[in-house]
Design a protein around this ligand. Sequence first.
Ligand SMILES: Nc1ncnc2c1ncn2[C@@H]1O[C@H](COP(=O)(O)OP(=O)(O)O)[C@@H](O)[C@H]1O
Ligand SMILES: Nc1ncnc2c1ncn2[C@@H]1O[C@H](COP(=O)(O)OP(=O)(O)O)[C@@H](O)[C@H]1O
Ligand code: SF4
Ligand SMILES: [Mg+2]
Ligand SMILES: [Mg+2]
Lengths: 262, 262
Amino acid sequence: GEKRIAIYGKGGIGKSTTVANLSAALSNQDLKVMVIGCDPKADTTRTLYGQRLPTIINTIEENKNPSLEDIVFKGYNDILCTESGGPKPGVGCAGRGVIVAMKNLEKLNAFDEDLDVRFYDVLGDVVCGGFSVPLRKDYADEVYIVSSGEYMSLYAANNISRGIKKLKGNLSGIILNKRNVLNEEDIVSIFAEKIGTKVVGVIDRSHLIQDAELDAKTVVEKYPESVEAELYSVLAENILNNNEKSTPEPMDEDEFEDFFKS
Amino acid sequence: GEKRIAIYGKGGIGKSTTVANLSAALSNQDLKVMVIGCDPKADTTRTLYGQRLPTIINTIEENKNPSLEDIVFKGYNDILCTESGGPKPGVGCAGRGVIVAMKNLEKLNAFDEDLDVRFYDVLGDVVCGGFSVPLRKDYADEVYIVSSGEYMSLYAANNISRGIKKLKGNLSGIILNKRNVLNEEDIVSIFAEKIGTKVVGVIDRSHLIQDAELDAKTVVEKYPESVEAELYSVLAENILNNNEKSTPEPMDEDEFEDFFKS
Ligand SMILES: Nc1ncnc2c1ncn2[C@@H]1O[C@H](COP(=O)(O)OP(=O)(O)O)[C@@H](O)[C@H]1O
Ligand SMILES: Nc1ncnc2c1ncn2[C@@H]1O[C@H](COP(=O)(O)OP(=O)(O)O)[C@@H](O)[C@H]1O
Ligand code: SF4
Ligand SMILES: [Mg+2]
Ligand SMILES: [Mg+2]
């Protein structure tokens, strides 16, 4: 059956980079993948398609009845790519793009595609409005949080876990995207354990990933023989084989502060 | 008259640190200052009060009719401190804390205090719901954006500018809080110029600021003779003397990408 996976995390932590590279790695195993950007930044699919896609919310503004080809595009290895986008800042709920996108994708039967993996890349700085929609069972069955070992990132991860728990969802694991903090792997492993989950994979910080991105490519496409590409293949494998998920046990504020101090 | 200032910027960029230290610096000039935290992280006032304050939204949950003393507290040099807080993630709009806070502060005449400066420290990762409330003229007359020279931070600053423009507000300047990026001062100066504003002050990255924070103090309180404390005094002076504001001219997406590439 199709694996439907929502990826959350603090803004700038590496969700889009992780989703794009994971998708590329999975496509190299001949799996059919779809990527749905749910961040107003609308740049998850840029390295898969080669440039920024028009967003669903912008397309709808000009054309009330778009066809599927107007909003879903084929990228690297035929990965299906689409971007929700967001309304203009200051104009209503920033998450409205996600809500509009889901409605239109459903209407056009985009979710009926015969897929192996579907990713939602979701803004995680606030867990509300449209941004909490992919946490619901009708959209995703698994949730991963991308985090580094930095305070701000783990604070956001803990917050996202609160949202998951509130919405009766499950957490499948944490993807450690390193920022070269001291003892980073230990910090994040202990954090994962404390909230009742585990680290499902580690991606090292690397110039090569940024190099490829400047070229609007994933590192998996541009440097397929690299250690970086291999790390994404390993992560992809771990995710495909991961059947564990749990109701997260977020830390309350004092617990989180104590955890970070020690 | 009272200067009412809203401080925006990407999560983690240094808004709370800047607001707390600015307030401490201003209080050392015998000015009466009030700080209103409008970020669900609710930690703007921790270094002024010495510990995390109970939030207005949590206080209301237990006591429908709080007194002013239940929600506004005196910190360092009698700076008035209050935290909006946020609802639990996944439960409605994250900005609801700000809306509830404003309502209760008004009801209790907190805004009738005889003040010289009032700061709102506002989450800037999305500009919607309660988080856009401090942009309205009934709350603040001036808006500053805290930013580093990093792509993500300037992207957020550009986004916030779109929100300000949409809500017919003004931008008074950018506060550069350095992250030691190459050519940081030039990058941020050029960005400021492009969106029709200017850099109003620069704060260097410094361990001493974090050292004081671990002690739940501002660097202005803990190390009053330091270069760091002096930088905040200079910034405070620049802000007090700044009477220029402008409707921001946010860059569209392609402009922003080109600006960053060059
Ligand atoms: N493992 C990594 N090594 C080096 N750079 C990275 C890595 N992961 C992400 N980045 C860079 O960090 C920036 C933010 O990543 P992005 O995926 O856009 O974050 P998000 O989608 O969470 O906002 C991008 O410029 C990206 O190239
Ligand atoms: N100029 C600086 N030098 C060193 N550390 C800083 C500086 N400004 C902020 N920080 C640190 O960065 C972190 C985030 O700052 P904070 O003010 O909480 O961000 P925000 O309120 O924008 O989310 C804090 O740990 C703070 O101590
Ligand atoms: S629900 Fe969340 S995204 Fe929507 S207006 Fe409120 S803060 Fe913004
Ligand atoms: Mg992204
Ligand atoms: Mg803050």
